[in-house]
Design a protein around this ligand. Structure first.
Ligand code: SF4
Ligand code: SF4
Length: 163
């Protein structure tokens, strides 16, 4: 996994034009069974890829924290939401709450998330490869393939499955 992660940025940038063309076409005419195909590709990939050997998303990019996330996690720490925000979050250029720093404060040296059961929705759903109407998040996916080996592999498989 370490070797794969080292090469991922370069591999993804080599595929950038190809991916852009693929997603432009996908957006125009998504296949009827796209949700089904994505579910299948997602499950196949995550049978092989162990996030605990990776944690690259937690190390290199942070999730957005919704107000519901903040309330839930603050409660877990028995803190007031405002205190939790002051301790860990900042507001980004899109006016969203994000982590003050990466790697994420809640990531352990063993790649376990110390707030796993109450983690933000964005962490639970990343890399979003099993969501419905996947063609709608093409731009986000183009960014995710640079940091997430699973997303990279899934997009490669998509290009083989969907002509
Ligand atoms: S979701 Fe992707 S980047 Fe995050 S730990 Fe799993 S494989 Fe790595
Ligand atoms: S909250 Fe947990 S899952 Fe989310 S980025 Fe931090 S360590 Fe990773």
């Amino acid at each position: 996994m370490e070797q794969f992660l080292k090469k991922l940025g370069k591999k993804a940038s080599e595929k950038q034009n190809e991916n852009k063309k693929f997603f432009t076409k996908l957006k125009k005419k998504p296949p009827k069974n796209l949700d089904y195909v994505m579910q299948e590709l997602h499950e196949e990939e995550f049978k092989k890829t162990d996030c605990l050997e990776c944690a690259n998303c937690c190390k290199t990019t942070g999730p957005l924290f919704t107000n519901t996330d903040v309330e839930r996690i603050a409660k877990h720490f028995r803190q007031k939401p405002q205190k939790f925000i002051e301790n860990y979050l900042r507001v980004d250029e899109d006016n969203d709450y994000v982590l003050q720093k990466v790697p994420c404060t809640f990531l352990g040296a063993d790649n376990y998330c110390s707030i796993y059961n109450v983690r933000p929705k964005a962490c639970r759903e990343f890399p979003h490869t099993d969501r419905k109407k996947f063609q709608q998040i093409s731009n986000l996916t183009m960014k995710n393939v640079v940091i997430c080996p699973a997303a990279y592999n899934i997009v490669e498989q998509m290009k083989k499955r969907i002509k």
